[in-house]
Design a protein around this ligand. Structure first.
Ligand SMILES: CCc1ccc([C@H](C)CC(=O)N[C@@H]2O[C@H](CO)[C@@H](O)[C@H](O)[C@H]2O)cc1
Length: 823
């Protein structure tokens, strides 16, 4: 069925205007005359949401009518960004909305879009990838549900005070958020703690069961994920934790007021806040509680939907394919076994077969400190039944290993889910790998390193299980929304289908020597840079020249991403200008952005360091028109949309072997930025596809880094061999960028000149050489613009549509489902 009432479904400007007016009046209790920008944002959002509902319901109907395998994407993070503009684009009514808001006296739709809060339900790469993948799944018409947590407080907002990061609570829900549909009737019950006991069931069979000591309710909130110009509207089902008993009257009556709400508070805490660590496992009890909470709710929801449709639970793997987004949902392997054995009374073998044929696992990092290992005592106190099952899974697995490697105890210790060395722990990557039918990395080099470095024994045991699917990003948000001027130039040049078929951009290669077209192409960039320059001035007070080279590094702050290498290179450029050896230096604006995990001292010091350099450079008249340094506060999806379309040089300078893939690198290349980077993660594939002549390469390769590490790497040899490096370090040591305080950056200097764990010193000279190359090419706009055009033309591979098609074919074995809307 469909809802035909024009006020709710019409897609012309009149209908949108009427829909807004109606929501202002009936949903917000406001008249157009008194409505604030926020009211108009809410009214337009509700009116747009109305126009999603027919597709949203029809998509669920289609699955009910024609059961087929659905993708369940389990992720602790979904960094979905602002929703209004994306839904307008995917519905194809942006122009109509622009006209409708004009009738309320609003100059432009962008003023409405500015007030939208973005749900910061993720830290960085992993969370944003999940969001891009959900949008591609819907645009490719693949039935899918993204399962996660509805954090009340997402990633913190970042303020910069005296050069330091200050974290401020993110209140994304304040004032209401129009894009979610709470579904309390589909709540689930989740247990924690307690004990297990064995009993004899009615058929005289010995069984085990879990007696939790604590419960919480998971209330699902659904967010529609509309595909681009299709009827398919998938959803994100995010769980909010609530108490089973919201008020204990007995406690209240005896005056124990805190006791009366204690359980409620304890339960709600589960989905209260996102852990702001992007790659460091803290092993906190609440984190494990969060993981079990959303995984248990999601699996119960999947099993319940089979029962509702009268489908046998034993056919689970024909109807659900479960993707684990890193190890954060890995408890799913044990939880699915528990539900199948304890609730549905399946035999072990049957349950294991269902589990291992439904679950697959994606690894997103090789960093040892990011690999989740749960202390055994903590694990057994919170999830005693799961530990039982994990012991059994481990026992049966090690049996296989013994058969394969008789008498080899070392390999047993290496492969065991239980880490016996040091304090005993549950290795979640091992549980995920043993329980999954496929394990994939997120870029060719990374997937290779998983097999060679992270899990060589598993890779030898199950070579067919290990595969690679290189990341991708959605061109709808990252070109269509982020760069409307480039989008319309592409529409004219290669036709409108490029946005769903990025390989069409290859046609642009024909224009590589068309100076007229190159001019038009570079103009789209210049207008993006002008907008960003305005934003930088409003946010930081720094005046930057849009015609200068915009050199950008935006990503989470982390030593392996080497923002400090970039900062040291800026000091070298500064010194060249100061010392007058700067003939070829192109006027440059160096822009940094990114959050540091609150407990990550060195990352926070790197932000202070960058701001220290910025203060000195930007206040120095010798630098006028030559060099500007900016740290953009509170980098998030919304700001990213502004930055990717306004960048000339994309900094992808991680230590080779450390960045699993990167996705910002892809967004920059798509928008015609040139990359200066190492042979790391997806940089390698970007360079291979855009052409090595259109990429500024530098640095040691992954194998050279391994060699350096094995041969007692001493950064001092590199410092003494590079004058500009030693001078830059000396300037820092004397406190030149810290008002004479030579203590402030000592920890950074000691690390770089001491162990230098990320080989900053080893790559500095070659990085400087590559930056000189950049300066030389920048002086030749025709050449620069041709290289930029070829980056866009050859970036089609990095669309998340290509990644999702690969997952559908090689891992999930799912196909698109046509959704009919018969009005
Ligand atoms: C336990 C704490 C924790 C939290 C997040 C993570 C993520 C895996 C970190 C992350 O976001 N990894 C990034 O994933 C992107 C998407 O695949 C890649 O492009 C990045 O290279 C990778 O760093 C690890 C550990």
């Amino acid at each position: 069925g469909c809802y035909a009432d024009p006020i709710k479904a019409g897609i012309d400007a009149d209908a949108v205007f009427d829909g807004m007016t109606e929501h202002l009046f009936f949903s917000l209790g406001k008249l157009a005359t008194t409505a604030s920008l926020r009211d108009l944002y809410m009214a337009l959002s509700y009116a747009v949401r109305d126009r999603l509902m027919t597709r949203y319901l029809a998509s669920q109907e289609a699955i009910r009518a024609k059961p087929q395998k659905t993708v369940a994407y389990l992720s602790a993070e979904f960094l979905i960004g602002p929703q209004l503009n994306n839904n307008l684009l995917n519905l194809g009514i942006t122009k109509e909305a622009e006209e409708a808001v004009g009738r309320f006296g609003i100059e432009s739709l962008s003023h409405i879009l500015e007030v939208e809060e973005e749900p910061g339900l993720g830290n960085g790469g992993l969370g944003r990838l999940a969001a891009c993948y959900m949008e591609s799944l819907a645009s490719l018409q693949v039935p899918a549900i993204g399962y996660g947590i509805r954090y009340e407080f997402g990633i913190f907002n970042q303020l910069i005070r005296d050069g330091w990061q200050v974290e401020v609570t993110d209140k994304w829900l304040k004032g209401g958020w129009p894009w979610e549909l709470p579904q309390p009737d589909e709540s689930c019950f989740v247990g924690f703690g307690g004990r297990t006991e064995s009993y004899v069931d009615e058929k005289g069979k010995y069984r085990s069961r879990w007696i939790p000591s604590e419960h919480a309710i998971g209330v699902p909130h659904d967010i529609p994920i509309l595909g681009y110009r299709v009827n398919n509207c998938d959803r994100l089902r995010l769980w909010r934790a609530d108490a089973t008993e919201s008020f204990d009257f007995y406690a209240f009556n005896i005056g124990d007021y805190y006791g009366a709400v204690e359980e409620k508070v304890a339960s709600e805490t589960i989905s209260k806040v996102l852990y702001p660590n992007d790659g460091t496992d803290e092993g906190r009890r609440l984190r494990l509680k969060q993981q079990h909470f959303f995984v248990s709710c999601s699996l119960q929801d999947m099993l319940r939907s089979l029962e509702k449709r009268g489908i046998e639970v034993e056919d689970f793997s024909e109807h659900w394919t479960v993707q684990l987004n890193d190890t954060h949902p890995a408890i799913a392997v044990a939880e699915l076994m528990r539900l199948l054995i304890d609730h549905y009374h399946f035999e072990w073998e049957k349950a294991w077969h269902i589990t291992t044929s439904s679950v697959a696992y994606t690894n997103h990092t090789l960093l040892p400190e990011a690999l989740e290992k749960w202390d055994l005592d903590l694990f057994s106190s919170l999830l005693p039944r799961h530990l039982d099952l994990i012991y059994e899974i481990n026992k049966r697995f090690l049996q296989q290993v013994r058969l394969r490697y008789p008498g080899n105890d070392l390999i047993l210790r290496k492969l065991s889910i239980i880490d016996e060395d040091g304090c005993k722990a549950v290795r979640m990557a091992h549980l995920a790998t043993i329980g999954a039918h496929h394990v994939n990395g997120v870029a060719a080099l990374h997937s290779d390193l998983i097999k060679r470095q992270l899990m060589p024994e598993f890779a030898e045991l199950w070579p067919e299980k290990f595969t690679n699917i290189t990341n991708g990003v959605t061109p709808r948000r990252w070109v269509g929304l982020a760069n409307p001027e480039l989008s319309s130039l592409l529409d004219k040049e290669v036709g409108k289908d490029w946005i769903t078929n990025m390989e069409l951009l290859k046609k642009l290669e024909q224009k590589e020597n068309d100076s007229g077209f190159l001019e038009l192409f570079s103009k789209t960039k210049l207008s993006g840079k002008r907008k960003l320059a305005g934003y930088i001035h409003r946010q930081t007070g720094v005046l930057v020249d849009p015609s200068s080279l915009f050199d950008v590094q935006v990503k989470r702050i982390h030593q392996y991403k080497r923002q400090h290498l970039n900062a040291l290179q800026v000091i070298a450029q500064y010194l060249r200008i100061k010392n007058g050896v700067d003939q070829d230096i192109a006027p440059r604006t160096v822009i940094f952005g990114g959050k540091a995990a609150p407990g990550y001292f060195m990352a926070k010091l790197m932000i202070r360091f960058i701001n220290g350099i910025a203060d000195v450079v930007n206040a120095d008249p010798d630098m006028d028109g030559r060099l500007r340094v900016v740290f953009l506060p509170d980098y998030n999806v919304k700001l990213g949309e502004q930055v990717y379309s306004a960048t000339d040089l994309s900094e992808q300078i991680s230590t080779a072997g450390k960045e699993a893939s990167g996705t910002g690198n892809m967004k920059f290349a798509m928008n015609g930025a040139l990359t200066i980077g190492t042979l790391d993660g997806a940089n390698i594939e970007i360079r291979d596809r855009v052409g090595s002549e259109n990429f500024f390469l530098f640095g040691k390769t992954e194998s050279e880094i391994v060699e350096l590490r094995e041969n007692q790497y001493d950064p001092k040899t590199y410092i003494s061999n590079c004058k500009e490096l030693s001078e830059a370090l000396r300037l820092v040591e004397v406190g030149h960028f810290s008002n004479g305080d030579s203590e402030l950056f000592l920890p950074l200097i000691n690390s770089l000149t001491g162990s230098d764990p990320f080989f900053v010193m080893a790559d500095f000279a070659d990085y400087l050489r590559a930056q000189d190359e950049v300066n030389k090419v920048w002086k030749n706009p025709q050449k620069w613009n041709r290289m930029a055009l070829l980056n866009t033309a050859r970036s089609g591979f990095f669309s998340s549509d290509r990644s999702i098609k690969e997952y559908c074919k090689s891992i999930w074995k799912v196909k698109p489902l046509d959704v009919e809307i018969s009005c």
